[in-house]
Design a protein around this ligand. Structure first.
Ligand code: NAD
Length: 245
């Protein structure tokens, strides 16, 4: 019996990078992956890859800043599959400038996609996760939700710090109701979010001397989502090659 047999999970940002690696492995281990993302083509491609490997997945067009969209994706999980067991709040965007050069609108947009989305997702999924009897939420924060980074990207650092404490807040609220909530804090991982950032700089500041692979974070996300972590809630799992050590 595989770890996620019979379980249904929503993975936001599942069309790319860490979310995609999480969806692929979740499905490979028996789960039904609902890939909720803005990028329809890439989400459909991930679904095809899962199906070709014998797994089950669906793509769902979701803007994680939309409360109505969240109601729709949870309703989709329940109508198609009758349950929801796992929620991975992974979608996120970053800013790059120093605070003096960051427009208020940019700040608000990063907070909406990277932080408020976690509130919306947890709220929309609460009832279904409690009904699951083994509900698990994994919120993807960042090492920059723990330390302040390079002194740039103020919205990203603020959002990821808030995801860390919102995780603990919800974990306490739901602890007696059987829903576990944990956060994962990646370091530099080779995905499109890194953009043109100088890779040598990232490697140079990472003690293990390399950038991480999406699969290395997915493994930890899925540990937290699985019964292997059945006594763990409100915890922060750091996967950063030693950056914050
Ligand atoms: P990525 O850019 O490959 O994936 C992000 C995904 O989120 C994309 O598929 C994108 O379409 C989706 N997305 C963006 N806005 C959305 C919205 N409004 N609604 C729905 N989907 C939306 O990047 P990634 O590195 O895989 O990022 C995944 C998570 O990991 C993010 O929360 C990111 O902040 C976090 N993280 C990444 C790194 C890294 O170095 N890659 C480090 C720390 C934390």
């Amino acid at each position: 019996m595989a770890r996620f047999d019979g379980r249904v999970g929503i993975i936001t940002g599942g069309a790319s990078g860490i979310g995609r690696a999480t969806a692929l492995r979740f499905a490979a281990e028996g789960g039904t992956a609902i890939i909720a993302d803005l990028q329809d083509d890439k989400a459909a491609e991930a679904v095809r890859e899962i199906e070709a490997a014998g797994g089950t997945a669906r793509a769902f067009h979701l803007d994680v800043t939309s409360e109505a969209g969240w109601a729709d994706v949870v309703a989709f999980a329940l109508s198609e599959f009758g349950r929801l067991d796992v929620l991975v709040n992974n979608a996120g965007i970053g800013d790059t400038a120093a605070i003096e050069e960051t427009a208020y609108q940019t700040y608000q947009q990063v907070i909406a996609v990277t932080q408020t989305s976690v509130f919306l997702g947890e709220k929309a999924a609460a009832e279904a996760l409690k009904a699951s009897g083994r509900g698990a939420v994994v919120n993807v924060s960042s090492m920059f939700g723990i330390v302040g980074g390079f002194g740039t990207s103020p919205a990203y650092a603020a959002a990821k710090g808030a995801v860390r404490t919102l995780t603990k807040n919800t974990a306490l609220g739901w602890a007696a109701e059987g829903v576990r909530v944990n956060s994962v804090h990646p370091g530099f991982v080779e995905t499109p979010i890194l953009g043109e950032t100088d890779r040598a700089l990232l490697v140079g500041t990472t003690p293990v001397g390399r950038i991480g692979r999406p699969e290395e974070v997915a493994a930890v996300i899925l540990f937290a989502a699985s019964d292997d972590a059945s006594f763990m809630t409100g915890s922060e799992l750091v996967v950063d090659g030693g950056y914050t050590a």
